[in-house]
Design a binder for this molecule. Structure first.
Ligand code: 9WY
Ligand code: RBF
Length: 450
């Protein structure tokens, strides 16, 4: 079995992913806006040799009948939050090996400024940065806040393709690797290695010189998470690491297969894409104790959050439908993953399901050996490359996972015992150099420098 990779999924906000576990006595997430919280999380990750910390992100708010329901403020449901790039910058100085993956929106960011932000993080971290490219699920309220027009779901991915083309020019072509000589005799940079870019795309334009020099990885490691049809196409073209929401081994296996096929159709080696599944667990030394801990987590949640939270992800107010309505009859222009994953279930089923675990799938509950067995079965059965651990209570769930489950996986030889490789790309993708593989479309933009 291949050696698995591990990341920790986090959010710089009090509650995330449709659950309201902040009231649990062990949760520290109400301190999401303090440096102390993030230093502690970074220390746990690095001590456990996790490959990276992943910061999800979103804009907008839960909108039910044009309102932000009061329950959202009472529960800290979708707001307030911090900017993940700033959180990552704060963690850079407190760590030396941990990868830092931030989520950035191609609908709402300015590509020219965003490229500089990512390059700055890549420089200061010595090549430890990744970017989770999203088109923003919460688009309707987010565009209202930004004062920009709404863009429909699939068109947002067309926009994302254009955004990528422009930032590849900036990441890869504007300043060649090694352009800085820093020679005090009078050559700071080699002018022949600095190139003007020109981009006139359907959504974005940029002409002139890049604002930042070539960073250790050139392009940050590209993550992708949307699993709608159009999202998967985008992932097959640009993604180096694809994050799946979890589910049955059969469902994961078919998603993995189709992502690898999509990559092949884009002239890439399908196996070069690392595919990681979300994974939650509640672990204790006995099954009965684990079940008790799980009940405590469920009790920390309020049922009212389910309706508001589902509306946040999809814009659909499930309380306004007959509970017998089939989910397949509903449509969203927001996060399609969160409608499609319920197939033929009814609105009533989904409200119950969402109350129990929100956007995540059901957590696995059991002893460290039982959890390790499931992870190995999933990885082998679905051809996964690793897991993004999605904790229910922070930092308690992560501490349980790294202290109890990870050692079992290490003893079985499926988890690394130390950091290998200097940059995030070399470590995660096993590339021989820190930069994009030659079969990745972004690498073609280096020819600007020819
Ligand atoms: C996230 C996981 O509709 P799609 O599923 O293709 O414009 C819609 C787009 O943002 C959605 O993609 C949304 O589902 C993507 N998405 C995630 C999707 C999955 C499956 C496991 C994590 C995701 N994390 N969109 C985010 C996120 O942090 N921010 C976001 O805007
Ligand atoms: N964020 C989205 O905007 N849309 C999604 O469909 C989405 N799906 C997710 C699925 C899983 C399994 C996980 C762990 C996260 C997902 N996220 C998604 C990211 C995250 O939960 C969300 O942006 C935060 O809750 C922000 O409030």
């Amino acid at each position: 079995m291949k050696k698995l990779r591990f990341g920790l999924f986090e959010n710089a906000q009090t509650n995330d992913s449709g659950t309201s576990t902040w009231r649990h006595p062990d949760s520290q997430r109400h301190l999401f806006d303090t440096l102390g919280y993030w230093r502690e999380i970074a220390r746990i990750c690095e001590d456990a040799k996790l490959d990276f910390l992943f910061l999800a992100d979103a804009w907008g708010w839960a909108d039910v009948k044009g309102q932000r329901p009061e329950i959202c403020s009472l529960e800290g449901l979708d707001l307030p939050r911090l900017d993940p790039a700033i959180v990552a910058a704060a963690i850079v100085g407190a760590t030396s090996k941990l990868g830092l993956v931030i989520t950035g929106s191609t609908l709402l960011e300015q590509p020219y400024a965003f490229a500089r932000r990512m390059q700055s993080l890549d420089h200061l971290s010595g090549g430890r940065v990744g970017w989770n490219v999203v088109t923003t699920g919460t688009a309707e309220t987010a565009v209202a806040a930004f004062g920009v027009p709404m863009v429909a779901h699939d068109a947002r991915y067309d926009m994302a393709d254009d955004f990528m083309e422009l930032v590849y020019k900036l990441f890869e072509g504007a300043w060649e690797a090694g352009s800085l000589e820093r020679d005090k005799a009078g050559r700071f940079a080699d002018p022949s290695k600095v190139h003007a870019i020109a981009h006139d795309g359907p959504f974005f334009r940029s002409h002139g010189y890049g604002n930042t020099n070539y960073s250790p990885q050139g392009t940050p490691v590209l993550f992708q998470a949307g699993s709608s049809d159009r999202g998967r196409q985008f992932g097959g073209r640009h993604g180096e690491c694809v994050f799946l929401g979890g589910g049955s081994i059969e469902k994961l296996a078919s998603q993995v297969k189709s992502i690898r096929e999509e990559a092949e159709a884009n002239g890439r080696d399908g196996n070069s894409i690392k595919i990681m599944s979300a994974f939650s667990c509640v672990v204790a030394s006995t099954e009965a104790e684990a079940q008790r801990k799980h009940r405590e987590i469920l009790d920390a949640q309020t049922p009212e959050v389910a309706v508001a939270s589902y509306a946040w992800f999809t814009g659909l107010d499930l309380s306004s439908y007959d509970p017998a309505t089939k989910m397949s009859a509903l449509h969203t222009e927001l996060s399609q993953t969160q409608v499609a994953r319920f197939g033929d279930k009814t609105v009533g089923d989904v409200l119950k399901d969402w109350h129990a675990h929100g956007v995540r799938t059901n957590p696995f509950v059991g002893t460290p050996e039982q959890i390790a067995d499931i992870m190995c079965e999933m990885a082998e059965g679905a051809d996964l490359d690793g897991f993004l651990f999605t904790p229910l209570i922070q930092p308690a769930s992560t501490i349980d996972f790294v202290a109890q489950v990870l050692p079992v996986l290490r003893a079985r030889g499926v988890a690394a015992t130390d950091y290998e490789g200097e940059t995030l790309r070399e470590r995660l993708l096993g590339t021989p150099t820190p930069v994009l593989r030659d079969d990745h479309p972004g690498s073609g933009y280096r020819s600007l420098s020819a």
